[in-house]
Design a protein around this ligand. Structure first.
Ligand code: NAP
Length: 319
């Protein structure tokens, strides 16, 4: 359950066409293959992320940056396929039909449920961190400790960076340290935040709503970047002098391409990295959405889709 599912289902972005079937962090087994499928066989453990097609020909697609397809990728749900014109329906379902080029291999070393969030939350953070060549000797901040944020901490630590977490939830401090952050900054320790002025190489913001970016820009070193992956709304006024005086960039990053999604799956498979999850039956989805909005998820809900056939909606009864 990505926060995007909540935005899309509730039409936060005024672009939802109903009926909608959300879900773009999908793991399952291949149940059947078409006659021209060569890469997968029945029974394979596979994943599907936020895209199911793209034009395949533009400069971005040729570089496996399908998320930046010039014609726009076909998203896994609430999207119109540019070729067929069909509307897509996502992973809150018991089956999905997808072209094999948009299917990923899920490492057998990972718990499939905990690997599912790698398909969007994982690759979104991985792609942003890789683009800025994050590694040892760099100090980075992850802003917001939710689904994306907690994956960002795990991945940045695995890449060798020193990581601080910015959270509005004091209760998440222990978790942030357990995930590998060396420092946790909250509105309650603003003095410490101020001491960090000009300290960070990169801040990746997963805040999912409009916010003032200027206080964060104060924390960046010369040539530092504030990368927005969360809020897709307009950014309120940015102080130009902050940008110019230290050559600071305010930038964005969008999911990841298919090759990069396989890369993060393999990276995580080799290191045993996966999401911290709470497994729920589909019957609990409305309260799960409310808890996501209330910042009360540690750190990703994953739906056991077998529950779609279960009237009582109890996972335990099927075990
Ligand atoms: P999430 O699990 O709800 O996490 C977001 C976290 O941001 C919250 O847990 C909270 O962390 C913090 N936060 C929320 N509102 C805040 C505010 N007003 N001020 C400061 N901090 C705030 O959501 P998610 O699934 O990680 O997704 C985050 C956003 O990224 C969503 O808007 C989603 O649509 C978007 N997204 C973008 C991409 C992309 O490709 N760019 C991909 C996937 C998702 P604390 O409790 O620690 O403060």
């Amino acid at each position: 359950v990505c926060h995007t599912d909540v935005h899309e289902t509730r039409n936060d972005w005024h672009s939802t066409s109903y009926p909608i079937v959300p879900g773009h962090e999908i793991v399952g087994r291949v149940r059947a293959t078409g006659s021209r499928v060569t890469r997968f066989v029945v029974g394979d453990l596979v994943g599907i992320g936020a895209m199911v097609d793209s034009c395949r020909h533009c400069e971005a697609c040729v570089k496996s940056l399908q998320q930046y397809c010039h014609r726009g990728p076909t998203f896994t749900y609430n999207s119109k396929n540019n070729v067929t014109g069909e509307v897509t329906y996502g992973g809150y379902s018991d089956s999905l039909v997808v072209n094999e080029d948009f299917v990923l291999r899920v490492p057998s070393s990972l718990n499939p449920a905990a690997a599912a969030p790698l398909m969007c939350a994982g690759v979104t953070m991985y792609s942003a961190l890789r683009h800025y060549a994050i590694g040892a000797g760099m100090k980075i901040g992850i802003v917001g400790l939710g689904g994306l944020g907690h994956m960002g901490v795990k991945l940045a630590v695995a890449m060798g960076a020193e990581v601080a977490v910015f959270t509005t939830s004091l209760g998440k401090t222990g978790d942030a340290l357990r995930l590998g952050a060396t420092e946790v900054l909250t509105p309650a320790n603003l003095d410490a935040v101020t001491q960090h002025a000009r300290n960070f190489d990169l801040l990746v913001s997963t805040i999912g709503s409009v916010h003032d970016v200027n206080p964060y820009l104060e924390l960046l070193k010369r040539d530092g970047s504030y990368v927005i992956v969360g809020a897709l709304e307009p950014i309120p006024t940015v102080r130009g002098n902050l940008l110019a005086s230290r050559r600071i960039a305010v930038a964005g990053s969008f999911i990841g391409g298919i090759a990069e999604t396989q890369e993060v799956l393999d990276f995580c498979g080799e290191r045993g990295i996966a999401a911290d999850i709470e497994l729920i039956p589909i019957q609990d989805i409305n309260s799960a959405f409310d808890r996501v909005v209330a910042k009360d998820v540690r750190y990703r809900f994953v739906i056991d889709m077998a529950s779609i056939h279960d009237r009582a909606g109890t996972i335990a009864s099927r075990r």
